[in-house]
Design a protein around this ligand. Structure first.
Ligand code: OGA
Ligand code: MN
Length: 287
């Protein structure tokens, strides 16, 4: 059966069916998936519950996986995964709302792209829904390719060569989260070009989101105004999509041409376990 690629909105996101992504994918099949990713930025697969090994195998088709923390505040620390979850990884017990690990996850509710604060930015993330609460806990997406496209020619030229400083400590501080010195080690601010070009389609986007602290060399107010304007363009209603998860859903999202955010759920009464692999763009020269 050929893969069916069905656009979800007129702007971005597609549902893919007719492929079992838990089986080894031949070159032709993966090429179709990769082309859909380059075109639609967000790929949704349903009814494909994955094991950890299957998630790694599928994710590695997109490129090398980023390393993960051996210890720390993400509930996935010590595994190859980042976890968005209120469940303790060893005991399986619900983590209390006032625990640091839950507080840390609050920053996911601000529009962001994963790992823009790393020296090599991420190409994409793969998030698998393992346990889904009966309501709440949706994830929202917005297209920063659409944000770029909405600019006038003059504005596009003005931002073409801008460099952005991304800072993980800055973004977490916005929700009042303070890191220990140990946690901040290796998290120095990094600089990346604002405008990104998709190699396959030639389409441009802006890599923004909550980790984007400032435009290098600009006064703070102008810098903030530009970043806010670009985010406002990306998150215009017509450029967004909200995904209500079902267990077994798998979503691949672009971290250079889209932003995303988590939404609330009842963490005291319901369980949620989402497991993420993050694929590096693996190309410092292009960063
Ligand atoms: C992530 C993330 C959103 C969510 O895994 O990177 O932002 O809804 N997840 O859990
Ligand atoms: Mn994220």
């Amino acid at each position: 059966m050929p893969i069916a690629v069905t656009p979800v909105t007129p702007v971005f996101c597609a549902r893919l069916s007719g492929v079992d992504i838990n089986k080894p994918l031949d070159e032709g099949t993966f090429k179709t998936i990769r082309a859909a990713f380059d075109e639609h930025l967000i790929l949704i697969f349903s009814g494909q519950p994955m094991t950890d090994e299957q998630q790694i195998e599928f994710s590695e088709r997109f490129g090398p996986l980023e390393g993960t923390d051996k210890a720390g505040v993400n509930p996935g620390a010590g595994t190859p995964f980042a976890r968005q979850s209120n469940l303790d990884i060893t005991s399986g017990a619900v983590i209390p709302a006032d625990d640091r690990r839950m507080f840390y996850q609050k920053a996911n509710m601000l529009w962001h792209a994963d790992s823009t604060f790393k020296p090599i930015p991420s190409l994409c993330s793969v998030l698998t829904a393992r346990i889904v609460p009966p309501d709440g806990g949706a994830t929202e997406f917005a297209s920063t390719r659409a944000a770029y496209a909405s600019l006038g020619e003059r504005e596009k030229a003005d931002i073409e060569d801008l460099v952005i400083e991304h800072d993980f400590a800055h973004s977490r501080s916005l929700v009042g989260f303070n890191f220990t010195e140990e946690e901040l080690a290796g998290r120095a601010p990094v600089r990346h070009r604002l405008v990104r070009t998709n190699k396959a389609t030639g389409l441009k986007s802006v890599m923004i989101g909550v980790h984007a602290k400032c435009v290098v060399g600009w006064p703070e107010d102008e810098s903030r105004a530009l970043l806010d304007d670009l985010l406002a363009r990306a998150t215009r209603e017509e450029n967004t999509y909200r995904h209500e998860w079902r267990a077994g859903d798998v979503i691949v999202w672009d971290n250079q041409a889209a932003v995303h955010r988590a939404t609330e759920y009842d963490t005291a009464h319901h369980q949620r376990l989402m497991q993420r692999t993050t694929i590096s763009s693996g190309n410092a020269a292009a960063s």
